[in-house]
Design a binder for this molecule. Structure first.
Ligand code: LMR
Length: 328
């Protein structure tokens, strides 16, 4: 194979970790939607490809397609079930068609930070969720972190009432739609790749996302400002198809899963720092960042938290209790 480092060295990279696969190598196509640089998922995907292409040379070969160049998140899981792509890492909000269990991750103010998310995912409840879609043909391999979500709009957002009457882009999640409705806003689901254009053209007024996504896709350029609400999280499921994983030679599968586990551990530790750097990059690029007083933040909690009641049955009281104990 021509591995990533060789491609980059001769200047052909174009942002994709493209490998030229040799005959006989298991081809692993990894499709995702974010930037490769300054982004927790982009960096992790690139590292995973580098390691597979180096350590499994002759056995396996990974090609990464970032920035929605192969599939949007709303298409990638279908493509995976058809065998057109072997790996993806959609946010946990994008599995609505496959399971309702992940709704816990979208409930506003459920987790106080990414460490709490990590603790919940490591619990029995969190680990069982990796296997929750096997019947539907999908196998979770690992959770990959992004970070806490912030709110932005075409006007300053300091109190939840500022969001009234605004149209917000959401990921395709009923919880996130309900959250925007709780604010008196109108949710509009759309693919990540369409958000910048929709904000620019006024198709939507605002959105919620992590610093690395707000910076990576330049949302701050087409918004009045970003309000540091930390009201929710974006985390990912590194996912593959049950059929593909079963089809692998056991030694190849073991080596691949070991590399996945090591990359996950190494990169998840860095996700908070990657987002902090992205926040600084937004500020350096002239983006407006607004912080909330404790009283203002309490008003957002009061406005959004009632959403929990609506989804308590889907999510399960035991899972909510486990998530809350992860906050301690
Ligand atoms: C979004 O659609 O806003 C995010 O899920 C994109 C991503 O993969 O971080």
């Amino acid at each position: 194979i021509l591995c990533l480092t060789a491609v980059a060295a001769i200047g052909l990279s174009a942002g994709a970790a493209m490998a030229q696969c040799d005959e006989g190598e298991t081809v692993i196509k990894f499709s995702h939607v974010t930037n490769t640089d300054k982004h927790p998922k982009g960096i992790a995907a690139t590292l995973l490809a580098e390691r597979v292409n180096t350590e499994m040379n002759g056995k396996a070969c990974m090609e990464v397609f970032p920035n929605s160049t192969l599939y949007d998140d709303n298409k990638v899981l279908e493509a995976m079930l058809q065998g057109d792509v072997q790996l993806a890492a959609p946010s946990l909000s994008k599995f609505e068609k496959f399971t309702k269990q992940f709704r816990i991750f979208d409930l506003p103010f459920m987790f106080k930070d990414i460490n709490a998310v990590e603790a919940f995912q490591a619990s029995d409840a969190g680990q069982a969720m990796l296997d929750s879609m096997q019947r539907r043909g999908l196998q979770g391999l690992a959770y990959w972190h992004n970070g806490m979500k912030q709110m932005s709009a075409n006007k300053p957002l300091l109190l939840p009432t500022d969001a009234q009457g605004l149209k917000f882009r959401v990921q395709s999640s009923d919880v996130l739609a309900a959250q925007m409705e709780a604010l008196g806003g109108t949710p509009q689901a759309m693919a990540f790749s369409e958000v910048y254009g929709a904000l620019q053209q006024g198709v939507v007024d605002g959105q919620e996302n992590t610093w690395s996504n707000i910076y990576g896709k330049k949302f701050f350029e087409v918004q009045d400002g970003i309000t540091e609400t930390n009201h929710g999280i974006i985390d990912y499921l590194l996912v593959t198809s049950v059929d593909w994983l079963d089809s692998l030679d056991p030694a190849v599968r073991d080596q691949f899963l070991t590399i996945v586990a090591e990359v996950t551990e190494a990169r998840n530790k860095e996700s908070t720092a990657v987002n902090a750097a992205a926040k600084q990059s937004v500020i350096d690029a002239g983006g407006v960042v607004r912080t909330l007083t404790p009283e203002q933040r309490a008003a957002w909690v009061k406005a959004m938290k009632p959403v929990w009641d609506k989804f308590a049955d889907d999510v399960g009281a035991d899972n909510i209790a486990a998530a809350q104990s992860a906050n301690q």
